[in-house]
Design a protein around this ligand. Structure first.
Ligand SMILES: [Fe+2]
Length: 308
């Protein structure tokens, strides 16, 4: 059996980035699966207004990109949303007017409806159609409250329970490798770690445990987006965090639309290649991106990463 490849991306702002070279590179890599981790279209860059027509126009522009169309037509894709396709910047779905949220959700379901989802009407879903790996996609916006609230909510009780069940070997066959993916990074930006109770439970679920996956072993990768750069980090619990963000967008600290210039373009994407003994993680970026993380090789037996 050949290696399995999973490409992952987030943040495409087609309104301002019609030229999106990353998709052709991903097509060339011939992945078995594509994960889209939110901000698949942008309502706006900043501000608090709900600009539904702008979001619709951004989806229209995104689906005019021929290489993007070819990629999603040829590679199975999973998708969740993040703040900019859910609403304005930093949208907290649980605090948004329900009819506003229903309007952006209708757009997500219509435009991104091509994505595989075995758990509709929920956005969160699982995928087990490729060997040795399960992918669990988490919706980090619909149920989210502000982090400074008393008892803040990120994924919410029902989704958390669903996740715990998916990761329970007595309920579901556990393949060797577990990928949990969402729009947010774990520790940076609008991060999971701003929700301490849920972050602690997620850390426990993803913690490395020796042994067979079918029994009590766990070898987990946490994938996120949001921060408009690529990033690799190994957590103290032994799971690895892989961030790729800004597939057709702008670098972090681009504040206003007048800064949407070529030297600030980001073309970031990530690729996971799995074979029987190791997981290779690679990050791709354009020539004016500094500090792209090194490729890593993770040994499946020990779940330790070393720079490739
Ligand atoms: Fe973004």
């Amino acid at each position: 059996m050949g290696a399995t490849k999973i490409a992952f991306v987030s943040c495409a702002y087609a309104t301002y980035r019609r030229d999106q070279p990353a998709w052709a590179q991903i097509l060339e890599a011939q992945p078995d699966l594509l994960l889209m981790l939110g901000d698949n279209a942008y309502m706006s860059w900043d501000g608090t207004d709900w600009l539904f027509d702008k979001l619709e126009d951004c989806y229209v522009d995104q689906f005019k990109v021929p290489t993007f169309r070819r990629l999603i037509d040829s590679v199975p894709t999973l998708a969740v949303w993040d703040d900019h396709d859910c609403g304005p910047n930093d949208t907290y779905g649980a605090e948004a007017p329900p009819d506003y949220l229903a309007t952006t959700r209708e757009k997500f379901d219509r435009w991104m409806g091509f994505a595989r989802n075995n758990n509709r009407p929920h956005m969160y879903c699982s995928y087990r159609d490729i060997p040795n790996v399960q992918v669990l996609m988490l919706d980090g916006r619909t149920y989210r409250t502000r982090p400074d609230k008393w008892k803040p909510v990120l994924f919410g009780q029902a989704q958390e329970q669903w996740l715990a069940e998916q990761l329970d070997p007595t309920l579901y066959r556990q393949p060797a490798i577990t990928i949990v993916a969402t729009g947010s990074a774990f520790s940076e930006g609008d991060s999971v770690s701003k929700y301490p109770a849920e972050a602690k439970r997620l850390r426990e679920l993803l913690a490395f445990r020796e042994g067979d996956a079918a029994d009590s072993g766990r070898r987990a990768l946490f994938l996120g987006g949001d921060i408009h750069r690529n990033h690799f980090f190994t957590h103290p619990e032994g799971f690895h965090e892989l961030i790729s963000s800004g597939v057709a967008c702008f670098k972090p600290r681009t504040y206003v639309e007048s800064e949407f210039v070529e030297s600030r373009y980001s073309d970031n994407w990530g690729l996971i290649t799995l074979d029987e003994s190791q997981v290779r993680v690679e990050f791709f970026a354009n020539a004016h991106t500094q500090g792209n993380p090194k490729a890593q090789v993770i040994d499946i037996a020990t779940w330790k990463a070393t720079p490739a």
